[in-house]
Ligand binder design. Structure first.
Ligand SMILES: Nc1ncnc2c1ncn2[C@@H]1O[C@H](COP(=O)(O)OP(=O)(O)OP(=O)(O)O)[C@@H](O)[C@H]1O
Length: 235
């Protein structure tokens, strides 16, 4: 069943248009990636869906309902969770407090997330429960950012470059955790530059270039398409 359908999405920053008619779909339980170099519009697509950067035009159907230009707060309550690239940890709050402030009620049928479940899912965070968020490493902050979003009991997770600024050994751990979330039934949109990471996790991929989608296909199709990789994904 289709969870999200985006069509004709146009987003501008001031006078400059950065997304041109972006269209994508996400099925229930599917992991869909947005791939492309720096500045092609991956974050803007997520911010547009979440309502953080209200789109100029287009359609965003969430479970068949139009949510274009709805507030981020309303979208979060409707089940869309956003994990920003810049993490936005509250650095003076403890890890536990960072989780506590992000709590949103679950939807019917969901097993609710609470602090204990987040620490069970990310055991590496448990020793730092009472530590201030600002004192964590990049990888720990990434786990905390994902954990904080899970506290909102999302059905769709928008994950913006989770491998960015994280040590390679931790990236493998984060990949494993994203896989576990998918296996638990969460739908995910992953924005990434790291192609290996994308191909290891995705069902389908969209490649973006200068704000437009230039390729859409399965992870296997993208893996086999050297031309698209060379043209749009390597520097
Ligand atoms: N707040 C802003 N004001 C003006 N222009 C912006 C703003 N944020 C992003 N842009 C521009 O919009 C374009 C798309 O940026 P976006 O951050 O969506 O790309 P991205 O693919 O996510 O890349 P990155 O990996 O750098 O986040 C870029 O040209 C960027 O410079």
């Amino acid at each position: 069943m289709e969870l999200l359908r985006v069509e004709g999405l146009n987003v501008c920053y001031g006078l400059s248009k950065v997304l041109h008619d972006v269209a994508l779909t996400v099925g229930r339980g599917e992991l869909v990636s947005l791939v492309g170099r720096n500045g092609v519009g991956k974050s803007t697509t997520m911010r547009g869906i979440m309502g953080l950067t209200p789109p100029r035009a287009g359609s965003i159907l969430w479970k068949g309902e139009q949510i274009l230009r709805r507030s981020p707060h309303r979208n979060a309550r409707a089940g869309i969770g956003y994990v920003p690239e810049d993490r936005r940890i509250f650095s003076s709050l403890t890890v536990w407090e960072n989780l506590d402030v992000a709590r949103l009620p679950p939807r019917p049928g969901q097993i609710p997330w609470d602090e204990d479940r987040v620490f069970e899912f990310f055991p590496d965070l448990l020793p730092f429960k009472q530590r201030e968020g600002g004192l964590l490493s990049g990888g720990q902050q990434q786990m905390l950012t994902i954990g904080r979003t899970l506290m909102g009991n999302p059905e769709l997770l928008l994950l913006d470059e989770p491998s960015e600024g994280v040590a390679p050994i931790i990236v493998a751990g984060i990949e494993k955790k994203i896989r576990e979330l998918k296996e638990a039934g969460l739908s995910i949109i992953l924005a990434e530059q790291n192609l290996d990471f994308v191909l290891a996790l995705s069902d389908r991929c969209y490649v973006l270039e200068k704000g437009s989608i230039v390729f859409a296909g399965t992870a296997q199709e993208l893996r086999a398409n050297r031309e698209v990789q060379d043209r749009y994904l390597y520097i």
